[in-house]
Design a binder for this molecule. Structure first.
Ligand SMILES: Cc1cc2nc3c(=O)[nH]c(=O)nc-3n(C[C@H](O)[C@H](O)[C@H](O)COP(=O)(O)OP(=O)(O)OC[C@H]3O[C@@H](n4cnc5c(N)ncnc54)[C@H](O)[C@@H]3O)c2cc1C
Length: 894
């Protein structure tokens, strides 16, 4: 391709420029537009399926739902997780606005798990607080957002340009006034003038090299190459905590998340090769990652996510989440190795390092309105320094950035002339590789760069290795500048390597400058292993000087408004910023050879022309979809139903319900999935009632679910469904009867042939705290898993004198699930009856039974000295989880 003339640049103008159309960016665009701003949203991929949300959201990691958790507790939790180096005000925004955001997303059609009474089914994954809110259809979040972006009212306000990749933020007199960009399909040069610029380009996921060696096989979405970190730096903004890396547990060789958030509430846990649980610290800390790494490298490694002990039904439920919502390739990966959760536990590893605030704390410094230190420039999402902000934090900060930017428009003049010198530099940066097409290709240089990141920057860090890293990345400036390219796509890849190099240099220099260890593995300096709360009770910020160098600042931690015992000495009332000098390098030159292990992407078959025709419809109408919905080929009809649920065009509801009667089972299944996904927004749900007569149980089950979730069915219908010939429909019917508080109806299924239905009955009666006689009958059920569920229900319904004999008997059964159920039953007994039995249960050989005993005892830790004494005994338990829960129960009573 030819280098386009700089003077022929395409000029675009807007009020608010949003860079990156992922989680934070789409929300920023929507909020700015709702407040009247003309928005330009630039995305280097395609907004419909770009970013972290495109796949893998199994739940909200950090939802603070009223009645389930308190914002102040969440702030304290994150302060602890981040070893005290936080601006609590920024975290408080996520804590207090996250719930409204969940409700807003729900209005967009995103589905969150609810119990039979319609309350959010928040789960406890961390040792303290319940913050995890599952999203049964999490794979469709991006679809829902894109639908809203494409509504007419938003289309008029938001111009979306896909495949347009900004490379530099333009500034005038220190204020952000636009950006310079490459069109990665046409190669055109584009400049944008804007009154405000929002960076939402996600983390730097391509910093370290994954263990597989594949450049794009990263934990993070690989298009997130640190573009925004680099753009913010060159625009003069401060970045913070860049030495505090992101490192996550993941599946060995698959590089997908291990998903303890999903598996742990189902009874999964992490073990070493000897079968011992070893994680002593809480889930969202770098300290946990130190434990994981040490265990893998010890004689007790490798480590596993243990699931093979779980009952078949639980594993099926787990697979339904992990192999669909989480990632479809995950099931294929295990299957190709001949592994099944029933026979194999999941080998785990740790990820490559990255920069990310969403899972850790490294980002562009922002205040509680997402403002950076450069006027007119905002940052939101994984690249903004708000620790452990995850998905809901990205949405909240996108909203804050968009709203604040829109509120400033009246005071800001639209830029007329954009800075020519900066445009010239950006033009040179973008098109330089075309002048040297035979220069080293991007994959080789990128591989080499990132291997050095692994060698010299990944923990454990030392001054010697970090010095070599700084020298290496300086040297590699020229190698990166020498990359050759021939096409617009290759230009984009070459640019990404410049961003990765910038991030690598920032990571190395920050790690060298923070002369202590903190945040567990994230900043483990093996030459300086101690935390230094005197000299390093500061954020370490960096920025670009006017001379082009990098300078460092210590910013004091702002006073906490939520006290956190043990860390309260860190904040300072004095907010003076202290310059700090990067230590001198202490090592010689590094070796410099590398070779590529990257293989060409496999050629995939194009989809059939009719399917391609459906997919090509940008904003399909029901009239356009009609011919595909009645196509003779089932694959085309399936795709059309998918398009229907993605577009939600006028008339989608009746068409989706009609598809439930399709002659092909796979089409009906997609339609039933759609009904479940869109349960909150499906118009006229009662019109599906007739389909309770469908010959397909998938349809009948879906309809019962729909009627119950939308509260448009009544108990009579559900009682009829309880007699359905398919047990899946009967399970839905039990849950529906619970939702209308029909305990008698639920009890009618007590003698159902299918044990899953009987388990649902036990669980349902526990929820309703009703039906003690029926629960007692189930306690004597021949199936151990039913007995386990019934015993657990006794804990809610009440475990009186007549039940204690059966509970004692259950505590001696061979199935650990029954013993665990018996321990839970004792939660409904008086403490004088329960504590002696629980004390004996603490000697149970199965760790889940002992853990359940500790959790049951926790409720009496404040009032009963016998319970406290028993918990004190558990502090010496051989299992880390049991010890940790006992410690927490006792410390919260002090
Ligand atoms: C595998 C995985 C699983 C996760 N699971 C959960 C979970 O279950 N629950 C939870 O709460 N959180 C989860 N998270 C975290 C959560 O997804 C993120 O915190 C959040 O989505 C980050 O949003 P973002 O907008 O910053 O980044 P993204 O959503 O990734 O968006 C960044 C966008 O910027 C675009 N972009 C990048 N550079 C440029 C450029 N130069 N020009 C234009 N566009 C650009 C990218 O293409 C992308 O679309 C998970 C993250 C990962 C990676």
């Amino acid at each position: 391709m030819e280098i386009p003339e700089r003077g022929a640049a395409i000029r675009l103008d807007c009020d608010v420029l949003v860079i990156g159309g992922g989680t934070a960016g789409t929300m920023a665009a929507l909020s700015a537009a709702e407040q009247g701003a003309q928005v330009l949203l630039l995305e280097k991929a395609h907004v419909r399926h770009s970013g972290a949300l495109a796949m893998g959201m199994d739940g909200v990691n950090n939802a603070v739902i009223p009645g389930k958790a308190e914002p102040e507790d969440y702030v304290a939790e994150i302060t602890r997780a981040n070893d005290g180096i936080v601006n609590q005000r920024t975290i408080y925004q996520t804590a207090t606005r996250g719930f409204a955001m969940v409700q807003r997303l729900e209005r967009y059609g995103v589905k969150f798990e609810k119990d039979e009474h319609g309350d959010y089914a928040v789960r406890r994954v961390h040792r303290s607080g319940s913050y995890v809110l599952p999203m049964p259809e999490g794979k469709d979040v991006k679809k829902a957002l894109y639908r809203v972006l494409r509504q007419r009212s938003m289309r008029e306000k938001i111009q979306i340009e896909n495949r347009l990749m900004p490379v530099r933020v333009l500034t005038e007199d220190g204020r952000a006034v636009g950006a310079a960009a490459l069109n990665s399909r046409t190669g055109e040069f584009v400049v944008v003038g804007a009154k405000a610029v929002i960076l939402a380009t996600g983390p730097c996921g391509r910093l370290g090299l994954p263990a597989s060696g594949y450049l794009y096989g990263t934990y993070e979405n690989p298009t997130n190459a640190g573009d925004g970190y680099s753009m913010a730096y060159h625009a003069g903004a401060e970045l913070s905590g860049i030495e505090c890396f992101q490192i996550n547990p993941l599946i060995k060789d698959y590089n997908g998340p291990a998903c303890a958030y999903v598996a742990n509430p189902f009874g999964g846990y992490q073990v070493n090769a000897k079968g011992e649980r070893f994680v002593d610290s809480d889930y969202w800390s770098g300290a946990m990652m130190t434990e994981v790494k040490n265990e893998i490298e010890s004689a007790r490694g490798p480590i596993y996510l243990k699931v093979s002990h779980l009952p078949d039904e639980t594993l099926t439920a787990l697979e339904n989440i992990l192999h669909t919502t989480e990632r479809p390739t995950r099931g294929t990966f295990h299957a190709n190795r001949g592994h099944d959760y029933r026979t194999h536990d999941i080998e785990m590893h740790i990820s490559e390092i990255g920069l990310c605030s969403g899972h850790s704390a490294s980002g562009v410094w922002v205040d509680e309105n997402a403002r950076t230190t450069v006027p007119g420039l905002y940052a939101a999402g994984d690249l903004a320094c708000v620790p452990h902000n995850y998905m809901i934090g990205a949405f909240v900060y996108g909203d804050l950035a968009g709203s604040h930017a829109a509120s400033t428009l009246a005071e800001v003049t639209a830029p007329q002339h954009l800075p020519e010198d900066q445009i010239a530099e950006a033009h040179e940066l973008i098109y330089r590789p075309l002048r040297q097409p035979d220069g080293p290709p991007q994959p080789q240089v990128e591989y080499k760069l990132r291997r050095f990141v692994n060698d010299y920057v990944a923990p454990p860090k030392t001054a010697a290795k970090l010095s070599l890293a700084v020298q290496t990345f300086e040297r590699m400036r020229d190698e990166v500048a020498g990359i050759g390219a021939r096409t617009p796509h290759e230009l984009m890849r070459a640019l990404e390597v410049t961003f990765i190099r910038d991030c690598a240099e920032m990571a190395a220099r920050s790690s060298l400058t923070r002369t202590e260890s903190r945040w567990g593995l994230y900043h483990e300096r093996s030459d300086l292993p101690q935390r230094d709360d005197v000299n390093w009770r500061y954020h370490l910020n960096l920025r670009k000087t006017s001379a082009g160098g990098m300078e460092f600042l210590k910013r004091p931690v702002a006073p906490y408004f939520v006290p956190v015992p043990g860390l309260d000495d860190l904040p300072s009332a004095d907010d003076t910023v202290i310059p700090v000098t990067e230590p001198a390098a202490v090592a010689g030159k590094a070796p410099a050879t590398a070779s590529s292990r990257v293989t060409a992407a496999a050629v995939t078959e194009p989809p059939s022309p009719r399917i391609a025709a459906v997919l090509a419809l940008e904003a399909p109408t029901i009239e356009q979809l009609a011919e595909f919905l009645s196509d003779p080929n089932a694959g085309v009809r399936r795709t059309a139903v998918d398009a229907l649920t993605e577009s939600l065009c006028d008339g989608w509801g009746p068409a989706l319900i009609a598809a439930l009667s399709d002659e092909d089972g796979s089409v009906r299944r997609v339609a039933a999935d759609g009904i479940r996904e869109l349960v909150e927004v499906l118009p006229d749900p009662a019109s599906a009632t007739a389909l309770l007569e469908s010959p397909d149980p998938v349809v009948r089950g879906g309809v019962v679910y729909l009627l119950s979730a939308r509260k448009v069915g009544e108990a009579g219908l559900y009682r009829t469904a309880l007699r359905d010939r398919d047990h899946r429909v009967r399970i839905e019917a039990v849950r529906a009867l619970v939702s209308v508080d029909d305990g008698v109806g639920v009890a009618a299924a007590v003698s159902d042939d299918n044990r899953e239905v009987r388990i649902a009955v036990a669980n349902g009666l526990g929820t309703l705290r009703d039906g003690i006689e029926v629960v007692r009958k189930l306690v004597a059920d021949p199936d151990p898993l039913v007995r386990a569920a019934a015993l657990a229900a006794l804990g809610d319904v009440g475990c009186g004198e007549p039940d204690l004999g059966a509970v004692e008997q259950a505590l001696t059964e061979s199935a650990w699930q029954v013993r665990q159920g018996a321990v839970r039953a004792l939660a409904g007994a008086t403490p004088s009856a329960a504590v002696p039995s629980l004390s004996r249960a603490l000697a149970d050989p199965h760790l889940d039974v002992r853990k359940a005993a500790v959790l049951t005892l926790t409720r009496w830790a404040a009032s009963e000295s016998a319970a406290r004494d028993t918990l004190t005994g558990a502090l010496d338990d051989g299992d880390a989880d049991v010890r940790a829960y006992a410690r927490r129960a006792l410390s919260s009573q002090r």
